[in-house]
Design a protein around this ligand. Structure first.
Ligand SMILES: [Zn+2]
Ligand SMILES: [Zn+2]
Length: 103
């Protein structure tokens, strides 16, 4: 979903798409919803491919939402250039479940 005005990536919030750069806003349509889902799936695939790296990552005492184990690897990832916020990812040391946390 790119802004028709300035071509930067738009973010979805409260049922609307917003451009951070120029402030353009429009409502999310059914077609947009499908696109958002596709983008999410692509991100999940990227996370799985990080498998090789995981062994060298630091661990943190945090509860796995899946198996309730209390230790997980964690790393930070910048999602997209237009989205400045970093997202923290966790992967359970026991069952391998991966999830993310937004600050
Ligand atoms: Zn714009
Ligand atoms: Zn787990």
């Amino acid at each position: 979903m790119f802004c028709p005005e300035c071509k930067s990536l738009m973010i979805s919030s409260a049922g609307q798409l917003k451009c951070r750069k120029c402030g353009y806003i429009r409502n999310i349509t059914d077609k947009d919803q499908m696109q958002i889902r596709t983008v999410r799936q692509e991100k999940e695939i990227v996370i799985v491919e990080d498998g090789e790296q995981v062994r060298t990552l630091p661990t943190i005492a945090i509860r796995c939402p899946k198996c309730e184990n209390n230790l997980a690897f964690w790393w930070l990832r910048q999602l997209r250039a237009a989205d400045e916020s970093e997202v923290r990812f966790f992967r359970c040391c026991k069952c391998g479940h991966t999830w993310r946390q937004y600050d």
